[in-house]
Write a protein that binds this ligand. Structure first.
Ligand code: NAP
Length: 259
């Protein structure tokens, strides 16, 4: 299928690895030029070079912390006229509900709520003026059903979801759609780290923990970033103009919910 977005410019935040990289690759495959970002230069430059070589699109890299005001300013300087915005950043650490203080919550809110909101506030006006735009926020299945050890994520992402629910309905008449993608367990560094955390906590070997986690997913396997990225590219396509303010769960059916 031709997604109809060749030649558009996409800002994909936090995209040197994992789900962000999956989205960047799929958008590049659709012919988008990219602005990619991460804090670590080495992985970012490697990924950018691989994407240029494979898809022949223009890729500009910005090494910056997207959660900091300075970092965001550096990214926006380069991506000011972007047609497509994919927001992403690292997720908050796991723990127990009684562990976290105000500073922990503010950090989680900064990373997983206020940063995507700031990016949307910066780029939506230009998209609306040009009469076309797409925003996809990478959130989590924890928005649909809480993940008990991820209270910081449950809280911060719920706030972002509320913002998107209202804002998406206010910008759609200008040809701009905003939607959220809610990943379940995908095979990325983040999940390896979660499995390691569980292993340290329980003393059980990592492969046993991963196998048990996979067994709890109806597909009996972890998701892949490349598949996740293709759904993102579809939401950014010309064909997705009627999909507005939705929360699309990609979790192999793990979340037990009827709708
Ligand atoms: P990942 O494999 O650890 O990759 C994270 C990427 O984001 C890396 O490229 C990292 O590069 C970059 N990054 C992290 N913090 C950043 C920051 N402050 N500024 C700029 N770049 C940053 O993680 P992932 O699994 O793709 O997860 C992406 C998001 O989806 C996270 O918020 C995670 O909580 C959420 N999620 C993931 C899963 C899953 O199963 N994987 C499930 C639910 C939700 P640098 O470290 O070099 O900056």
């Amino acid at each position: 299928m031709d997604l109809g977005i060749a030649g558009k410019t996409a800002l994909v935040c936090a995209s040197s690895k994992g789900l962000g990289r999956g989205c960047a690759e799929a958008l590049a495959e659709a012919g988008c030029n990219l602005v990619m970002n991460a804090r670590g230069a080495e992985a970012l430059e490697e990924t950018a070079a691989a994407i240029r070589a494979t898809y022949g699109v223009e890729v500009t890299t910005v090494v910056a912390d997207i959660v900091s005001e300075d970092g965001r300013a550096q990214v926006l300087e380069v991506a000011r006229g972007a047609d497509i915005l994919v927001t992403n950043a690292g997720g908050p650490p796991p723990g127990h509900w009684s562990d976290w203080d105000r500073t922990d919550f503010l950090k989680a809110l900064d990373g997983n709520m206020l940063t995507p909101i700031a990016l949307m506030q910066a780029l939506l006006p230009g998209m609306m003026e040009r009469g076309w735009g797409r925003v996809v926020n990478i959130t989590s299945r924890s928005v649909k059903a809480p993940i008990l050890q991820l209270g910081l994520s449950n809280s911060a992402r719920a706030g972002l979801t509320g913002f998107v629910a209202g804002t998406s309905r206010q910008v759609a008449e200008k040809g701009v759609t905003i939607n959220n993608l809610l990943p379940g367990v995908h095979e990325t560094d983040r999940i390896v780290q979660m499995d390691r955390h569980e292993s340290e906590k329980t003393g059980r070997p990592i492969p046993e923990i991963s196998a048990e986690r996979a067994a709890g997913i109806p597909t009996r396997e972890y998701g892949q970033a490349a598949d996740f990225g293709r759904m993102c590219a579809y939401l950014c396509s010309v064909h997705a103009r009627f999909i507005v303010g939705q929360n699309i769960v990609l979790d192999g059916g793990e979340t037990l919910a009827t709708i």
